[in-house]
Design a protein around this ligand. Structure first.
Ligand SMILES: N#Cc1c(N)n[nH]c1-c1ccc2c(Cl)cn(Cc3cccnc3)c2c1
Length: 239
């Protein structure tokens, strides 16, 4: 999998050389390339923004640098196998399902904007050439797309076959398909007693059926308490 990042702050992506992602890069599972959008400007100030047409506050990212960067980094021929991700406050929700879909893609280009956003023609042009995902991390406000691109990267790459040491751990996580849309149950490890707090006895019983029931019940309880939006009528009936 090749990952490209276009940003006026390419240093954000230095972190991708650390921990598991660094290991994946070493193992050849993932190739990471960060690019400075200003390398495709031609004026002395390396300008990437301008005032919004129609007025309004803030600045908008000019289309020209993006187009020239696309030409050099991706190419000038349409190729739907290239997936271009635009993090955006007005994007569709980024979900585990989207992460799963992207984990089987060979090439992803992250377009990380700043200011009030990117000239919309950049996204329209990208849609005419590649497979585009305009996604939002959630209902809160970031200053640009870089942090979102990092989060999306981690969510996607950890699903790439061969990346996680124990793929079984993926199956038991919150939001994974195997969890039936439920949140993950509470986790415990040794010591059995810690600062007057004990591991639930059932987890030390060795009775796998009881343990499985306790975990299911806890997942249902937590989901109903914290994420009623995840429990549709069918799921409630099944639980
Ligand atoms: N993904 C996501 C996401 C999220 N969940 N919050 N904020 C963002 C996000 C993503 C991309 C940009 C670009 Cl380009 C510029 N900004 C700053 C901004 C903030 C508020 C309104 N308009 C622009 C971005 C914020």
């Amino acid at each position: 999998m090749r990952l490209d990042y276009l940003s006026i702050f390419p240093g954000y992506f230095d972190v991708l050389g650390i921990s598991l992602l660094g290991k994946a890069a070493v193992n050849g599972l993932v190739d990471v390339y960060a690019h400075d959008l200003r390398d495709w400007t031609h004026d002395r100030h390396r300008t990437v923004d301008d005032t919004p047409c129609g007025g309004g506050a803030g600045m908008v990212m000019k289309p020209d640098p993006w187009g020239e960067a696309f030409d050099e980094i991706i190419g000038t021929e349409p190729d739907p196998s290239v997936h271009v991700v635009f993090p955006s406050p007005s994007g569709e929700p980024f979900t585990q399902s989207v992460a799963h879909d992207l984990s089987s893609v060979e090439r992803i280009v992250f377009c990380c904007g700043r200011y009030e956003g990117i000239d919309h023609r950049v996204i329209d042009y990208a849609r005419s050439m590649w497979t585009v995902h305009e996604v939002s991390l959630g209902d809160y406000v970031l200053n640009g797309g870089e942090v979102a691109a990092l989060a999306i990267t981690e969510a996607v790459v950890r699903l790439v076959p061969g990346f996680m040491g124990n793929p079984q751990s993926l199956a038991e996580e919150s939001f994974s398909a195997g969890q039936d849309g439920l949140l993950e149950y509470p986790l415990f490890t040794r010591p059995v007693s810690w600062r007057g707090l004990d591991v639930p006895e059932v987890l030390m019983s060795g009775h796998h059926g009881r343990i499985a029931k306790w975990r299911r019940d806890e997942s249902i309880r937590l989901t109903r308490e914290r994420r009623p939006d995840l429990t549709d009528s069918d799921v409630s009936a099944r639980h």
